[in-house]
Design a protein around this ligand. Sequence first.
Ligand SMILES: [Zn+2]
Length: 128
Amino acid sequence: MAATLREGRTDYRLRRRALLADVREGRRSRDDVCDAHPDLVRAGRHIGSAVADACPICEGDALTQVSYVFEGKNARSRSGRAVPRESLARQAERHGDLTVYTVEVCTGCHWHHLVESFRLLARGTAVG
Ligand SMILES: [Zn+2]
């Protein structure tokens, strides 16, 4: 396993829960939240990691998580690349420190939401 270190994790679960409550209670329409970009749906289908939980909107089993990596310090100013989760350590070794955004997407109904973001440092001691 490559020597990488995660730091600065931000969890978007609360925001996700609030959005789902809005849908359940009719403040947001389902169409409004099931508008994943075709590229994201495609990435979910081809390189996404399957999620054990059912989709919170359609309750189907097509929920996946896609990892987007951004190189360099000014992560938000560049466009990210979708990569398989298994390749994250290798990406960090090859390109240096990365900012990773994990996005969940349902390839059935096109629900999508940010799950977490963190920095992946190429140096440091190996972590599990
Ligand atoms: Zn769905």
